[in-house]
Design a protein around this ligand. Sequence first.
Ligand SMILES: *Cc1c(COP(=O)(O)O)cnc(C)c1O
Length: 385
Amino acid sequence: MQVPLLDLKAQFSSIRAEIKPVVDEIMESQSFILGPRVEALEHAVAAHSGAKYAIGVSSGTDALLVALMALDIKPGDEVITTPFTFFATAGVIARMHAIPVFVDIDPATFNMDPGRIGRAVTKKTRAIIPVHLFGQCADMAPILETASHRGIPVVEDAAQSVGAEYRGKRAGSMGDLGIFSFFPSKNLGGFGDGGMVITNNVELADKIRLLRHHGAENAYAHKYVGGNFRLDALQAAVLSVKLGHLEKWSAARRENAKYYDQRLELSGLPRKKLVLPPISAYEKSGDVNYHTFNQYTLRVKNRDGLQAHLKKAGIGCAVYYLVPLHLQDCFKYLGYKRGDFPASEKAAEEVLSIPVYPELTTGQKEYVVQSILSFFEADRQPSMT
Ligand SMILES: *Cc1c(COP(=O)(O)O)cnc(C)c1O
């Protein structure tokens, strides 16, 4: 049996009949950039996320970049974020000639530890970017409290967590700005690159709408130096169709996660060998928190061994993320060293994401479970410390 990490062909075959006519329509219109299809998606995403405004852009990375541009981040400003995230989160800070300031993660959720933010704030701090990693929201209440206390804007990197909820609020709608990525492997993925910024702030929304089109108010007047951050009509058309299926897909991801949780928990494997993906205490305590499982991420002591074993069994799996950002070559100049963020470094050594996509069959899920169990039966491992 083969179980890929993600099966976009299975998803496409379930929506082919809806997608083909809208793609045809774009081809017939020969109208490719922004326009009514993008506006319709912006309205739909704003409504879906509980934000007033949404601005379609060219990628999740560009959404982050344009968000920092809208906040007028200047060279030498400091922006606080997590080192355990996709590169873009910190890459955009550096591209603004600002300084990424990392704070370690909460090992239980992989998300920024709110208790560490206060100590990282200086007079130069101009923004905080919490990341809602793997489909689960960061603990936003204390983050927003620290930020609002000091008047620091918050940009939520919700690239992996469209539709996730924290205490009843949707990912991206809680900070000053929130961003989504429509990269094909995200929970809401296009037929190429795309992204969106959401906000409740009309001034920021207006500014971002100009910034994505070279800051132009009309054909001749440039109010800001922006860029080409526009979203294609084709992506918007595809994404509008897919958005209609997102709730069902998120529910299926959660069901798959529950299946793994229950089967692996019942197997009696000691926590020292395998830790299942934590759903944050706020969900367990009955607060309305909704994890959308962009990834189902195990912690394993012998991670490389399990990864090799699963690959041999035909099961797709991947390490997100192998190298925390403070240890990347390009950020050497920031002066961080190994040992600065122990929780992130430990996560980087132990994490392994396994297939959790909505179209998984019960047979496939059970095959993944059996393959994991057979590894631990065969392999006498050192205990996790
Ligand atoms: C995917 C991702 C991005 C960037 O999105 P792109 O659309 O690939 O540019 C940013 N942050 C996080 C956390 C991501 O996972």
